[in-house]
Ligand binder design. Structure first.
Ligand code: 6PG
Length: 478
């Protein structure tokens, strides 16, 4: 029987969908699952695609079914299960074969796994896949890290299954070892910030203007036809429009306001902190999810502290505020994306990856959760200025910041005056205002540090004298 082009282990929803996508695009694929029943069900339900699927019951059979050098995708739960599957697989693979982890792995694990195979003749690809279940089935965005040579072996299959934006593949090799999983992590960090800012805008509409879920849905629907056009705005419109079949009320009103998180947002914030790059939008979003989970404490605090008055918002022209909200969301997005790309720029230096910013923006334009019109503009901005230190200084985005930051300022102050929490939007404003100011206030921090710890400072006139005339300092306070 003709051998398969690629193999896949792990037939839960994401793995099954990816396998069906691979088969549908004309590639032969061997599949294996730890419990064989799942393999039987998957094969039975694959319909016409069965011709291109080789269902395997043993690891030996699975490996023998794939054309060498064999690429094997592992699609199991991130963490220890990946190591377990790798251990089992290694015994049957031969030199040149490629193990591909397509889960949401921590890129540090990916680097470790990549290094662990160095003397075995095998190689490792850490592959970020975004787009959820639908994306996996019909066209995800694919971020690949590993050797360029190993990518060449799988490029044809991967580009055949990836999403397309105006005919261009949303799949690329981004660098060695953990590069693909790092970029996927930052994608998710940005996804967190994007979702949080949308939720903050929803909070102003619901708790400030008193709009119903349906009215909020209509506003998001309108915005989705403009510059905010994106998958996340589109699904916000959709979920806000649905009613709960049990109570008949808007579905969102029946959902407990505690957000889950599996770790990628937190990893993005941690790595940004490790490298000393501000990612305040992502940090605010992660913190907001954590705070959301303290449901009981928040309910108690409301009874103790009460809610601030939201009267002032009533004096604002409603249509003006709604149009400001649209621009403020755009401004907030610019902040979050600028930070995400700045984190990747620094990581590229730190881990020696040469991450291609224009390519990353390009492969995020379709297939992934943060796909949007906006990413096409980012692609053009980085293509014109690939080495820009920060997205906000590229001509297009500098103009956009100037156009939208007035609205962001008004929205953040309105939210503050009416007790509506907008931590991510406010962080974007603080970021812009700090980043654009050539002379900040850290001179005072340096003076304080020198005072209490003799940490020294640089002088603005370059004079080689690094301590202040602080004298005995706190004597007066003794
Ligand atoms: C994607 C998603 C996907 C998943 C996240 C959700 O790009 O397809 O980001 O990876 O939905 O892991 O993460 P949380 O559960 O942490 O929100």
């Amino acid at each position: 029987m003709e051998q398969a082009e690629i193999g896949l282990i792990g037939l839960a929803v994401m793995g099954s969908n990816l396998a069906l996508n691979i088969a549908e695009k004309g590639n032969r694929i061997a599949v294996f699952n730890r419990s064989p029943d799942k393999t039987d069900t998957f094969y039975a339900e694959a319909g016409d695609l069965r011709d291109r699927i080789i269902p395997c019951k043993t690891m030996e059979e699975f490996v023998a079914s794939i054309r060498p050098p064999r690429p094997v995708i592992i699609m199991v739960q991130a963490g220890a299960p990946v190591d377990q599957v790798m251990e089992g697989l290694k015994k049957d693979l031969s030199a040149g074969d490629i193990i591909i982890d397509a889960g949401n792995a921590n890129f540090r694990d990916t680097i470790r796994r990549f290094d662990s195979l160095k003397d075995s003749g095998l190689t490792f690809i850490g592959m970020g896949v975004s787009g959820g279940e639908e994306g996996a089935r019909h066209g995800p965005s694919i971020m690949v890290g590993g050797t360029e040579e190993s990518y060449k072996r799988v490029e044809k299959v991967l580009t055949s299954i990836s999403a397309k934006f105006k005919g261009e593949d949303c799949c690329a090799w981004l660098g060695e070892n953990g590069a693909g999983h790092f970029v996927k992590t930052i994608h998710n960090g940005i996804e967190y910030a994007d979702m949080q800012m949308i939720a903050e805008i929803y909070g102003i509409l619901r708790d400030g203007l008193g709009l119903s879920a349906k009215e909020c849905s209509d506003i998001f629907g309108k915005w989705n036809k403009g510059r905010l056009e994106s998958y996340l705005i589109e699904i916000s419109e959709l979920v806000l429009s649905k009613n709960d079949p049990i109570s008949g009320k808007p579905m969102v009103d029946m959902i407990v306001d505690k957000a889950g998180q599996k770790g990628t947002g937190k990893w993005s914030a941690i790595e940004a902190q490790n490298m000393g790059v501000p990612a305040t939008g992502i940090e605010a979003a992660v913190a907001a999810r954590s705070l959301s989970s303290f449901k009981k404490q928040r309910e108690h605090a409301e009874t103790v502290l009460g809610l601030p008055s939201a009267e002032q918002i009533k004096s604002i022209d409603r249509n003006q505020l709604i149009s400001d909200l649209e621009l403020a969301l755009l401004a907030g997005k610019i902040g979050a994306y600028a930070q995400g790309f700045a984190v990747m720029t620094e990581a590229s230096k730190e881990f020696g990856w040469s991450l291609p910013m224009p390519t990353i923006a390009q492969i995020w334009r379709a297939g992934c959760i943060i796909r949007s019109q906006f990413l096409d503009d980012i692609t053009s901005a980085f293509r014109a200025m690939p080495d820009a230190d920060n997205l906000v200084i590229t001509p297009t985005f500098a103009a956009l910041v100037k156009e939208t930051d007035g609205a962001l300022r008004r929205v953040v102050s309105t939210a503050a005056l009416n007790g509506l929490a907008v931590p991510a939007l406010a962080s974007a404003l603080g970021y812009f205002d700090s980043y654009r100011r050539g002379r900040g206030t850290a001179n005072l921090i340096q003076a304080q540090r020198d005072f209490f710890g003799a940490h020294g400072f640089d002088r603005v006139d370059g004079v080689d004298k690094h301590h202040g005339p602080w004298g005995s300092g706190l004597a007066d306070f003794a």
